[in-house]
Design a protein around this ligand. Structure first.
Ligand SMILES: Nc1ncnc2c1ncn2[C@@H]1O[C@H](COP(=O)(O)OP(=O)(O)OP(=O)(O)O)[C@@H](O)[C@H]1O
Length: 265
């Protein structure tokens, strides 16, 4: 086991809304350098879990440590970047890519101090990291949904987080943007960026992910390396309702878990 301090540490954690518990009894540790894919059927509680650990849904039980600090006392929110689900930029926003990404630097300086040269360099590097350097001066409203998603990832990166949490970054965008987003995440992983990625499109991230965590009905039912995930999928009878995508399940697994046709389309 690595001696590096954990970025996320959940012990029997439960999250929900009001009186309703959605996620319960979750143990999860994420360490620096890991790229964890969080999978599970629709409604299994993936978003509730990531929002819960970030303090955006109710913490109903167990322990939640963020960078070693209990969630209730954690104040350094820029150390964990978050790109929420189905979030894109309003087409009515008249701002350039650079201006939007620069917002990610704001928590790092007093409101009255103008951006420093270092701030500007970090913003430019964040835009390069998502492959949008050639669009930096353009208005975000002129970009596709997938490109806007990359702008939001760049904005999170500009905060120089130690962990990047993304809720379905490749969902609902065209195939070309999915490929570009996967390329973006690949580049970040190569630079050692730790990530927790909720996804249904595992195939797109096959060579990026180091570990898979699966949820079912509010519980973690698998947590292990990508190679072991194949056996987990195989253990569930073909044709059962067990499925980590919202598309029809094929009659039998084809090749490895990453090669399932429904995950590729
Ligand atoms: N704001 C909310 N208030 C009350 N219940 C909610 C809220 N958001 C989600 N839920 C409920 O929590 C359960 C889990 O939803 P959640 O969005 O966490 O699942 P998910 O695995 O992320 O699903 P998907 O893959 O469709 O995004 C669902 O029954 C959902 O109706």
């Amino acid at each position: 086991m690595s001696a590096a301090p954990s970025l996320i540490d959940l012990r029997s954690a439960s999250f929900g809304y009001g009186d309703r518990s959605v996620v319960s009894g979750v143990d999860l540790t994420i360490r620096p350098g890991e790229v964890v894919a969080l999978l599970g059927p629709n409604g299994s509680g993936k978003s509730t879990l990531v929002k819960g650990l970030l303090g955006l849904t109710e913490h109903q039980g167990g322990q939640v440590l963020l960078l070693g600090t209990p969630r209730e006392h954690f104040r350094e929110h820029t150390r964990i970047g978050y790109v929420p689900q189905r979030h894109s930029l309003s087409t009515s926003v008249r701002a350039t890519v650079t201006e939007i990404v620069a917002v990610g630097r704001l928590p790092h300086r007093p409101w009255w101090r103008p951006a420093s040269r270092e701030d500007r360099e970090i913003v430019a590097a964040s835009i390069r990291a998502v492959g949008l350097a050639d669009r930096a001066g353009e208005e975000v409203a002129s970009l596709s949904g997938g490109q806007q998603r990359r702008v939001l990832i760049a904005r999170a990166l500009a905060g120089q987080p130690e962990l990047l949490v993304m809720d379905e970054p490749t969902a609902g965008v065209d195939r070309a943007s999915q490929v570009a987003l996967a390329e973006t995440l690949r580049g970040l992983a190569a630079r050692g960026t730790s990530m927790l990625v909720v996804t249904h499109e595992l195939a797109a991230l096959r060579d990026v992910v180091t570990r898979i965590v699966c949820m079912d009905s509010g519980h973690v039912d698998f947590d292990g390396p990508t190679a072991a995930y194949a056996a987990h999928v195989a253990a569930h009878a073909p044709g059962s309702t067990y499925d980590h995508t919202d598309r029809p399940r094929p009659p039998a697994p084809v090749g490895g878990p990453f090669d399932r046709p429904e995950a590729r389309s």
